[in-house]
Design a protein around this ligand. Structure first.
Ligand SMILES: *Cc1c(COP(=O)(O)O)cnc(C)c1O
Length: 680
């Protein structure tokens, strides 16, 4: 095999997204092309410096990475008896070069998929071919967010059109109303796990429907319903066209829940009586809900639902009322909309929220569906989210952990391994580790901000306490909470002996005026003398900016309005880097926080009045920063080491990465959700 063949094999599998040695090879091929393509390998490979292929050293490096890849692909699976699982999700966050995600849900689905590959599970993932993806964020001269789209060119990504033996696209057909819509699919190999993405862009489809799957969360409720028909029903039909079967179907959030009705149709077609058919579907489906607010669930009014479902409903042989009943809390209420979460709950054998607190909230939210049960017996449990450590751990951190702990990735889900491995690393070395990672981040920020459209002054201090806040700018996350009392915030940032700097990134949904207003507020703050150069907004948040921020920040700030944060995962990404969470007791943090490994903002009290909640939480945020975080960071001993801070770093690194890793999460899904309870 030639060096070029090996590189082509490596580029064709997203394994490179979590293996920095592979990414380095592609960067060496053509650093500019690699950078231009947002770190995607294929353009660099096409425009490679030809002399490199005569370089023996390069050939050896390629061979070494290639062998690591082959060994990964051939390794035995960790759960030989795991059931065959099909996983459906609206969005997947796999790498910054493919903007097919808007935030935490997509990144979680990407991390879940990668972890199933690491574990060698019999697993297939299904999604939409979001050619335009989520929007790219830039700014006009007044600091107003602009949204643009850059279409994915399949040739620049390891996307393969799924074809039959004659080279013709494999297709599946769904109906929107009585209009047939043909779908083709693209395949992405995520290590050992295939991901199929459905695409309506075929000549035989009406022009206005050919772009149906191209945009994520844009275009209104009607488009959303049509996309969900494609994802759920089209996804099932694609699986059949590919001769794929599964023992369990995992509905990750309600968007894909129509797949349960397609399974029902298959059973009825096979002549199974209706009740038994419904039971069969329930026995083969599991459902994860992520949305603690009623308004966040997809709902479609009866006219719209029945209009889009005419042919499909006839195929099912159901009356309008019986069809609508699957998505209604009260089947007798003719005005009730069709709610995807209700469908998911009714048609699954098990359901879960994504943190302990979120499970509680979900049980309360859906108790009306289970009128015979007390709220704590509502059948919704929880599996707390975790992150794919190889994706989120910076190259420098990986090298450090490798050197100090040994084969940390192989033992990443073992809490004792972290506990013991971290115990005897000297304080000075941990502090050096933190300072090095912070330094890399600050270099990245200076370089990045110089090229962005939003003008920002950079005056960062490599030794200053560096706080990060990066996530979607949904208003419940309250990005500008720290500016609630501007004078108090100014005092915080104006102490020359204890400098503080704050890095922001995040997109607001184009229709979310509140979220866009939050970005403008931060932009205005960044122009004030007290904050200039120290409060910086990085535009066009993506997984690369995320990776840099979570590796370099000393503190990760998270101040959502409790209990709106279903889990949150970005705070989990900082732990292996020795970063510390300063967070409201929401999402995963009540399970992660143990009094020694970070801080909480307030005590988790929930007020009915939002304004009061915001005021109390802002007060608590200032208090913890002024009294705990900043003094601890700057309390250096005669050797120049902040011992109290380092002790918290060590505790965070010991206590969090194992429990909040995607391998632990997927193992929990296998044990608690995918493996069917034994039938008696
Ligand atoms: C991890 C991550 C998220 C999730 O952030 P949370 O607010 O903590 O849920 C969103 N976007 C990107 C790019 C991420 O990497």
């Amino acid at each position: 095999m030639t060096t070029r063949d090996k590189l082509e094999t490596l580029a064709a599998n997203l394994w490179w997204t979590w293996n920095p040695e592979a990414r380095d090879l592609f960067r060496r091929l053509n650093p500019d092309a690699f950078h231009q393509a947002k770190n995607a390998p294929l353009p660099a490979l096409r425009q490679a410096d030809p002399t490199l292929f005569d370089d023996e050293r390069f050939a050896e490096d390629v061979s070494a990475v290639y062998e690591t890849f082959q060994a990964y692909m051939d390794a035995p699976g960790a759960h030989p008896d795991a059931p065959r699982t099909a996983y459906f999700c609206m969005e997947y966050g796999l790498h910054e070069s493919m903007p097919t995600y808007s935030g935490g849900l997509g990144v979680l689905a990407g991390d879940h998929t990668k972890a199933t590959s690491d574990l060698g599970l019999p697993f297939v993932a299904i999604g939409l071919f979001l050619k335009n993806g989520y929007f790219q964020q830039s700014f006009d001269e007044h600091g107003h967010q602009r949204d643009t789209h850059t279409g994915l060119n399949p040739a620049d990504h390891p996307l393969r059109l799924v074809t039959d033996d004659d080279g013709a696209p494999v297709t599946a057909t769904v109906h929107l109303g009585d209009q047939p819509l043909a779908l083709k699919a693209w395949r992405l190999d995520v290590g050992r796990t295939p991901l199929y993405l459905l695409d309506a862009d075929l000549d035989e489809n009406p022009a206005e429907l050919r772009t149906l799957t191209h945009n994520l969360y844009q275009g209104g409720n009607h488009i959303r319903l049509q996309q969900e028909i494609v994802l759920g029903i089209g996804g099932m039909r694609l699986m059949r066209a590919l001769d794929l079967d599964a023992d369990v179907y995992h509905l990750n959030e309600g968007h894909c829940a129509f797949l349960t009705l397609e399974l029902l149709r298959e059973q009825l077609d096979d002549g199974v009586p209706p009740e038994a058919a419904e039971r069969w579907v329930q026995e083969h489906c599991v459902f994860t809900t992520h949305t603690p607010v009623p308004a966040g669930h997809d709902r479609f009014n009866p006219d719209r639902t029945l209009g889009q479902m005419t042919t499909f409903r006839q195929q099912l042989g159901l009356s309008e009322r019986d069809f609508m009943a699957f998505g209604r809390v009260d089947p007798n209420d003719e005005h009730e909309s069709f709610t995807m979460t209700v469908l998911g709950l009714k048609m699954s054998r098990a359901a879960n929220g994504v943190s302990r607190l979120n499970g509680e909230v979900a049980r309360d939210q859906w108790k009306a569906l289970y009128p015979d049960r007390p709220v704590d017996e509502v059948p919704i449990g929880h599996i707390t989210n975790g992150i794919h450590l190889p994706t989120w751990t910076a190259p420098h951190a990986r090298a450090f952990l490798e050197q100090r702990l040994g084969d940390w990735l192989a033992q990443r889900q073992d809490p004792d391994f972290w506990e013991q491995g971290l115990a005897d690393i000297p304080d000075a070395d941990l502090w050096q580790y933190r300072s090095t990672l912070r330094g890399f981040l600050l270099d990245f920020v200076a370089d990045y901000v110089a090229r962005q459209t939003l003008p920002q002054t950079v005056d960062l201090d490599p030794e200053a306490l560096t706080i990060g806040f990066a996530r979607r700018f949904a208003t419940y996350k309250r990005a500008p909470l720290i500016f609630s009392d501007v004078e108090r915030a100014e005092r915080l940032f104006s102490n020359a002996d204890r400098p503080v700097q704050l890095l922001y990134a995040g997109k607001a949904h184009p229709e979310d005026e509140g979220g866009k207003g939050f970005i403008r507020r931060i932009y205005e703050m960044s122009q004030r003398p007290a904050f200039k150069g120290k409060v910086i907004f990085l535009e066009n948040y993506n997984m690369e900016i995320g990776r840099m921020l979570v590796s370099g920040c000393d503190v990760w700030l998270n101040n959502p309005r409790r209990p709106m944060e279903a889990s949150g995962t970005s705070g989990q990404k900082i732990a292996a880097h020795g970063g510390l969470n300063v967070s409201i007791l929401d999402g995963w943090w009540p399970e992660g926080y143990d009094g020694t490994n970070g801080w909480t903002i307030g005590d988790g009290t929930v007020y009915a009045d939002k304004a009061q909640q915001d005021a109390v939480d802002a007060q608590a945020l200032y208090d913890v920063l002024e009294n705990e975080v900043i003094p601890t960071f700057y309390d250096h001993d005669p050797e120049g080491l902040p011992r109290g801070w380092i002790s918290r770093m060590r505790r965070a690194m010991q206590s969090l990465p194992a429990e909040f890793s995607a391998v632990r999460m997927v193992s929990d899904y296998i044990a608690e959700m995918y493996t069917a309870p034994a039938t008696v």
